[in-house]
Write a protein of this length. Structure first.
Length: 246
């Protein structure tokens, strides 16, 4: 406990010292908000579902195109947490941005909780559940339309409405990628949190960091631990909440 407290104090000192900070986060950031991650023992991928198919197959582009009914059954059941609220980590990051310390949040999450907490500069590498569009005419729809729809959401023109999230087999948005890499490479401090750094190409961007301090906050170890200046293996909501707000 004392060791963790000392590390949180060190993180607070880093935050106080530098103004050019960037945060790169994964699914673990939203776990304290009640949204399960993907690969942990309690994650989405570890739990049995109605089908024998691997969840990674169900949320792939080819499966979506072939079986939109089954895709949406899984998507609505396992990927949407409409009532989830930001936790202390989200609010701490929004506060750092308000203070002029944090330049950007780069997230692999699709839940929109960073924006809900007040963050303005959020780069969503994997898209968002809050924006949906017709594949035929391009008309946009909000999350409520998807949640309330029966079966496959359809546009008034008859086209299928799909979420603006990056499915397996699909590439990331090039503009979001370029902006994310630019923020990381220009940062003095990179705080990486709630991610195992196993999802590429996103995790590869962390390796492009050449600044002063690399901080890793994750409950389990990552392959980048040896390269970090500070590693804190604890709950990210607790760590960021205490480091930023005391």
């Amino acid at each position: 406990m004392d060791k963790t407290r000392d590390k949180i104090k060190e993180l607070r000192e880093i935050i106080d010292t530098y103004d050019n900070i960037v945060f790169f986060g994964g699914a673990g950031v939203s776990v304290p908000s009640g949204i399960p991650d993907f690969r942990s023992a309690d994650g989405i991928y570890s739990k049995a579902y109605k089908t024998i198919l691997n969840p990674e197959i169900i949320i792939s582009h080819s499966f979506f195109m072939r079986n939109p009914e089954e895709f949406y059954e899984f998507y609505k059941d396992k990927m949407i947490y409409k009532d989830a609220q930001p936790n202390a980590a989200h609010y701490a990051l929004a506060e750092l941005e308000r203070r002029g310390k944090l330049n950007a949040v780069i997230t692999q999450n699709i839940d929109g909780l960073h924006q809900k907490a007040g963050s303005k500069r959020v780069l969503e590498l994997h898209g968002t559940i809050h924006y949906n569009y017709c594949m035929k005419c391009g008309k946009s729809y909000d999350l409520d339309y998807i949640v309330k729809s029966k079966g496959v959401p359809k546009c008034e023109c008859g086209g299928i409405v799909r979420p603006d999230v990056v499915l397996y087999e699909e590439g990331l948005d090039s503009h979001t990628v370029e902006m994310s890499r630019a923020y990381v490479s220009a940062a003095d401090v990179l705080i990486v949190g709630g991610t195992s750094l196993k999802v590429y190409p996103a995790a590869g961007y962390v390796r492009e960091f050449v600044g002063k301090k690399l901080v890793l906050i994750n409950k389990s170890r990552t392959d980048m631990d040896s390269a970090a200046d500070l590693v804190i293996n604890d709950d990210i909501a607790k760590v960021l909440g205490e480091a930023v707000n005391g």
